[in-house]
Design a protein around this ligand. Structure first.
Ligand SMILES: Cc1cc2nc3c(=O)[nH]c(=O)nc-3n(C[C@H](O)[C@H](O)[C@H](O)COP(=O)(O)OP(=O)(O)OC[C@H]3O[C@@H](n4cnc5c(N)ncnc54)[C@H](O)[C@@H]3O)c2cc1C
Length: 321
């Protein structure tokens, strides 16, 4: 377990400057008003709101935010030149940790009922609270290729056409898929560029005639052979399929998401057909006292939506405390 005090401060271009003067880390109390699990935009916003509502808060985070994987976002309002994910994350942490939030870097393993509240446990600690917010996000399932992180950082491997479809206008774009979901993503991208090719993973079920017809009608190419290999080279990606190679400016990955609902499911929280936590308009899950915000819950997987969810959940939690 690491108990954090002061975060590092990002400079405008994303490089991290020296940390703010570190305050001594306060000892973790046995019980607080609220526990926030997940320190991405949803969890950090919720912790900020709760602290400003003068609630005692523990923020537990395994430090794997999707935000940290964004080379530069251009659809997050307020930054006309865009902002790198690492910079934005550091700024959010800096703001939140100016308040008396107990921030712990740890992977939470258990969330159990304790009286009318909860006990949350990790490898070498535990804490109790009346309310718990899950802001645990999702993980994108990566393609089987070397140097995935490097390709992501270079902006040639992409996961989210809602986020950056604008950046690939008229480019040669590939979509790597293992099923019908890839057809939907390819059709979505066709709005941005006429040069879209769908590639299927090895072992993927063949597309049915209706799906193939939709692709053809939209002018989307579908590679005949499954992918044998992918190579990132000089800011382009080469996809090898059978005896052929296709070079793409960007490759979108439509291989699905691992949605981090396991902790909520320990308590029997309901998930929807897509695997997201079911929430009401205040971001309450189906388990009383357990809330959810951000990518782990129903809604659009976007930074602004995660923040809005964190704010709404924290406000409702404060009213119930
Ligand atoms: C490559 C890429 C580009 C993107 N571009 C954009 C964009 O341009 N615009 C946009 O709006 N969105 C973009 N997104 C999406 C955006 O990053 C997410 O919507 C946003 O980060 C979701 O915030 P969150 O707080 O719900 O989850 P996250 O930011 O993923 O944070 C979840 C946190 O919870 C932690 N966690 C999970 N399980 C546990 C546990 N058991 N114990 C403790 N901690 C745990 C994780 O380690 C992580 O730190 C992009 C995503 C990717 C991958």
């Amino acid at each position: 377990m690491t108990t954090d005090s002061a975060p590092s401060i990002p400079s405008a271009d994303g490089a991290e400057a020296s940390a703010a003067t570190a305050a001594p880390a306060a000892a973790l109390p046995a019980e607080v008003d609220a526990i926030v699990i997940g320190g991405g935009p949803a969890g950090l916003t919720a912790a900020l709101y709760l602290a400003r509502f003068r609630r005692s808060v523990v923020l537990l985070d395994a430090a794997q935010s999707r935000l940290s994987k964004i080379p530069r976002t251009h659809n997050y309002p307020g930054f006309a030149e865009g902002v790198t994910g690492t910079s934005l994350l550091a700024m959010l942490r800096e703001q939140t940790l100016r308040y008396p939030v107990h921030s712990v870097t740890a992977q939470v393993r258990t969330v159990q009922r304790h009286g009318s509240g909860f006990e949350v446990g990790w490898a070498d600690g535990s804490v109790r609270a009346r309310q718990v917010l899950l802001a645990t996000g999702v993980t994108d399932i990566p393609p089987a290729m070397p140097y995935v992180l490097e390709a992501l950082r270079a902006g040639v491997l992409r996961y989210c056409p809602v986020c950056d479809g604008y950046e690939v206008i008229d480019q040669a774009v590939g979509v790597i898929a293992d099923g019908e979901a890839g057809v939907g993503e390819a059709l979505y991208l066709r709005h941005f560029t006429p040069h879209v090719t769908l590639f299927m993973e090895q072992g993927a079920a063949a597309l049915d005639a209706a799906a193939r017809r939709r692709l053809t009608e939209a002018g989307i190419a579908c590679a005949d052979e499954p992918i044998d290999g992918i190579r990132h080279w000089e800011d382009r990606i080469t996809v090898r399929h059978g005896a052929r190679e296709t070079v793409c400016d960007s490759l979108y990955c439509a291989l699905g998401l691992d949605i981090h609902t396991a902790l909520a499911q320990q308590l029997g929280a309901q998930v929807d057909d897509d695997g997201y936590l079911v929430i009401d308009r205040h971001h309450a899950t189906t388990v009383p006292g357990l809330w959810a915000a951000g990518d782990v819950s129903q809604g659009l997987n976007q930074i602004t939506v995660a923040m809005a969810g964190g704010a709404m959940a924290a406000s409702a939690m404060h009213r119930q405390l």
